[in-house]
Design a protein around this ligand. Structure first.
Ligand code: DGI
Ligand code: FE
Ligand code: FE
Length: 188
């Protein structure tokens, strides 16, 4: 790809329409948050376009990529919902030639976060929750916090996800909890 339109055509081909609309929303929100909080708006927008690149891929295809790249058993044996983030960071590198490590990290950690998240990683993670097409209980409060306090928005978002997982009796991936704890301790 050489232009944004060529890149977006590649992205569009990986997913159904609703996911693509979400993708464009995340890119726009990420750009806006980056400008607000002092991250690089171009990198934020790019990571937004690519963050769910593998989301609609068959799980077998993601699994194979993750195994080939020696991902930890914890990830391979755990929730498949998390695979698209880790596979995505690998695939955009090999298929699209994305090499910027900050952008790749923002894609890799957009679902779980990680301890010591960069500003760009936080921006993409929060944008994923608050993009205009999102509509879940509590989203307005996360949007409101994201006007002024990115960490507070992320704490509420991750806390809500963990609450949701617990209600559904799904496993909480250790990294999700570690990220949450890290953000809470930074607040104190
Ligand atoms: O890909 P999106 O739907 O835009 O959003 P996402 O990448 O943030 O989350 C994808 C899914 O992953 C979402 O349904 C919640 C789930 N998830 C996030 N953290 C965890 C998790 N699922 C499990 N089992 N454990 C987690 O820690
Ligand atoms: Fe995702
Ligand atoms: Fe997403």
């Amino acid at each position: 790809w050489n232009t944004r339109d060529e890149l977006l055509a590649k992205v569009r081909a990986q997913m159904h329409e609703k996911r693509y609309v979400h993708t464009l929303g995340v890119a726009a929100s990420a750009r806006e948050l980056a400008a607000r909080f002092g991250a690089d708006p171009e990198k934020a927008e790019l990571a937004g376009y690519l963050h769910d690149y593998c989301k609609c891929w068959p799980v077998d295809k993601m699994f194979e990529i993750l195994v080939r790249h020696d991902m930890p058993a914890e990830l391979l044996e755990g929730e498949k919902e998390l695979w698209h983030a880790f596979a995505g960071a690998i695939v955009v590198q090999s298929d699209l030639g994305i090499t910027n490590p900050e952008v790749l990290q923002a894609i890799r950690y957009h679902t779980t976060g990680r301890v010591g998240m960069t500003l760009l990683e936080k921006v993409v993670c929060v944008a994923d929750y608050i993009e205009p097409n999102r509509n879940f209980p509590g989203v307005e409060e996360i949007r409101r916090l994201a006007e002024t306090d990115l960490d507070a928005a992320l704490i509420l978002a991750l806390g809500g996800t963990m609450q949701f997982l617990i209600e559904k009796q799904k496993t909480v991936f250790p990294l999700t909890l570690l990220t949450y704890n890290d953000l809470i301790s930074l607040k104190k």
